[in-house]
Ligand binder design. Structure first.
Ligand code: MMA
Ligand code: CA
Length: 152
């Protein structure tokens, strides 16, 4: 009887259909899981605003990075070591005040040496600049690929 009760309980837990308690939830096809989020690199070269809007249309934002492991993971999604890609940091509201487009705390950076250097004319961030694969502030109108991220 105890076994039957356990089986019934297990069935209830796995069959609620409620995404928040579905332990078996996976990223959608084409997206890669890291932690509790799903990520995808898009190779279409677009300006930063288009990149963010394209992510938003997929219920995501441009990716944020909060530590080296996460930053390295984002780099690993790029198909080549020289591929340029937007991520979601910007200081477009006030020069020098960097924030992430997904609203998470700006608590990690990987700026290349001498970056950010663009003042009011470079307010957006690419993740894979130079062979050091560090961050560069770039003009919003630069065309490059982009990484989107969303919660599981
Ligand atoms: C370009 C541009 C900048 C970057 C410098 C580095 C000339 O400007 O990509 O964002 O900081 O190169 O030399
Ligand atoms: Ca720059």
């Amino acid at each position: 009887m105890a076994i039957l009760r356990s089986l019934i309980l297990l069935f209830i837990v796995f069959s609620t259909g409620n995404a928040d308690v579905n332990l078996a939830e996976k990223c959608a096809y084409g997206w890669t899981n890291f932690g509790v989020r799903c990520y995808k690199f898009f190779p279409q070269t677009v300006n930063m605003i288009t990149a963010e809007r394209n992510c938003q249309n997929l219920d995501s934002n441009l990716a944020s990075a909060h530590n080296k492991i996460e930053n390295d993971f984002l780099l690993s999604l790029l198909p080549s070591s020289s591929m340029r890609s937007w991520i979601g940091a910007h200081d477009a509201i006030q020069d020098g005040q960097w924030v992430w487009s997904d609203g998470t705390p700006y608590d990690y950076t990987n700026w290349c040496s001498n970056e950010p250097n663009g003042g009011d004319s470079e307010n957006f961030v690419e993740i894979n600049w130079t062979s050091n694969q560090c961050w560069n502030d770039a003009s919003y109108s630069t065309s490059m690929g982009y990484v989107c991220a969303k919660d599981l």
